[in-house]
Design a binder for this molecule. Structure first.
Ligand code: NAD
Length: 378
């Protein structure tokens, strides 16, 4: 199969969807790899390292999309990238379609098959292709929150860990999954007072054991959050309902319960945001103030540390890339049922139930959509 990798063009995005190790594996499996010149530069990978492993470089994205049957990316396609997609082509990348009805419509119009990293599941129902970036984003969330609490950056002027004789800052982490665990771990390491809220009792049990008394776990309810907001210096939002738009865990009117210039970090912003007052921001301009509260809502947090993130992401995606390239979508689905939940769009149909509900389009089961698509890749 011809596998293509364009340069990421989302603002402040420096990751790339394949490393030289991935090119080597694909080449050994007999595939042809076409990569846009300079695609790895943001992650400190020169073209020569790709070509040494068997890739061919081309000058522009149009050539990559024009040649490739399987396109590998990191972030959701930007409008100029969607224009290149076509029927019979497979796109494998983060999509986050639930809060993006326009992008969903455009992907449907393209006729392509679009497989989203963030909804692929493993045998235990976990999200193996979201997890590595959630680990990175969770750690960045606390770092960024600590930084934004500094007075010159508009924060309250509180040091997360305090000092002898002065209390540590109060950190609430709402959502104790992969992001939440990593955010809390860094906050514990920085010696803050840490509280982790989740709706899953089983997850709270696991966290309680993992933190061994160094953070408190709290069942997440509207009342619990309202009771904790007045003491909070930093709130990290990290909730997820697989495939769906993020639920609001803090409403606008609840911000009045908080201290002025406290900081909200909404990691769930890629799924639409879990604070009512959140709106997407970029690494170049990461924060804004709403109701006296600093909001940090960067949609591609791991993009800031591409050398870590590119390798962490591609370690996880490569086995799936090889399956898709070796067997096509149908063959790969037959071998790994967890990949089925990754398939979001097939030949004009939305094939993930939570995405379909969120964007207000009918849901079509994957196999039905594949059967209806005569031009489909294998
Ligand atoms: N902004 C970024 O750059 C970036 C990077 C990586 C991940 N993310 C996003 O971070 C979010 C979290 O990802 P994750 O991998 O930690 O997911 P996860 O599935 O591991 O964890 C989510 C947790 O939220 C809990 N939850 C669901 N609804 C809740 C509610 N109402 N109150 C409290 N807890 C609730 C779940 O029980 C689960 O434990 C996702 O939206 C993901 O896309 C964003």
């Amino acid at each position: 199969m011809k596998v293509g990798i364009p340069t990421e063009i989302k603002r402040d995005e420096y990751r790339v969807a394949v490393t030289p190790a991935g090119v080597r594996e694909l080449a050994v499996h007999g595939h042809e790899i076409v990569i846009q010149a300079g695609a790895g530069e943001g992650s400190a990978i020169p073209d020569s390292e790709y070509t040494a492993q068997g890739a061919r470089t081309v000058r522009d994205a149009a050539s990559v999309f024009g040649e490739a049957e399987l396109v590998l990316k990191v972030k959701e396609p930007q409008p100029e990238e969607v224009e290149h997609l076509r029927s019979g082509q497979t796109l494998f990348t983060y999509l986050h379609l639930a809060p993006a009805p326009e992008l969903t419509a455009a992907l449907c119009d393209s006729g392509a098959t679009c497989v989203a990293y963030e909804t692929v599941e493993d045998a235990r129902g976990r999200l193996p292709l979201l997890a590595p970036m959630s680990e990175v984003a969770g750690k960045i969330a606390t770092q960024a929150g600590a930084f934004m609490l500094e007075r010159p950056l508009g924060g309250r002027g509180v040091l997360l860990g305090g000092v002898p004789g002065v209390a540590a800052a109060n950190v609430l982490v709402i959502g104790g999954g992969v992001v939440g665990f990593n955010a809390a771990s860094i906050a514990i390491g920085m010696e803050a007072d840490v509280f982790v809220l989740d709706r899953s009792i089983d997850r709270l049990r696991e966290l309680d054991v993992a933190f061994a008394g160094r953070a408190s776990t709290v069942y997440s309810s509207t009342l619990a959050i309202e009771q904790m907001l007045p003491a909070a210096d930093l709130v990290i939002g990290a909730v997820l309902v697989h495939g769906a738009r993020a639920p609001y865990v803090i409403r606008r009117e609840q911000l009045t319960l908080m201290k002025e210039r406290a900081v909200l970090v909404d990691v769930s912003i890629d799924q639409g945001g879990c604070f009512e007052t959140s709106r997407p921001t970029t690494h170049s301009d990461p924060t804004y103030v709403e109701e006296g509260i600093t909001h940090y809502c960067v949609t591609n947090m791991p993009g800031a540390v591409p050398i870590t993130s590119t390798f962490a992401l591609t370690n996880a995606t490569l086995p799936y890339v090889l399956e898709l390239a070796d067997r096509g979508v149908r063959g790969a689905l037959a071998r790994d049922p967890g990949l089925r939940s990754g398939v979001n769009v097939v030949a004009g149909a939305v094939t993930h139930p939570a995405v379909a509900e969120a964007v207000g389009r009918p849901f079509t089961p994957v196999e039905e959509a594949l059967d209806a698509s005569s031009e489909h890749v294998r």
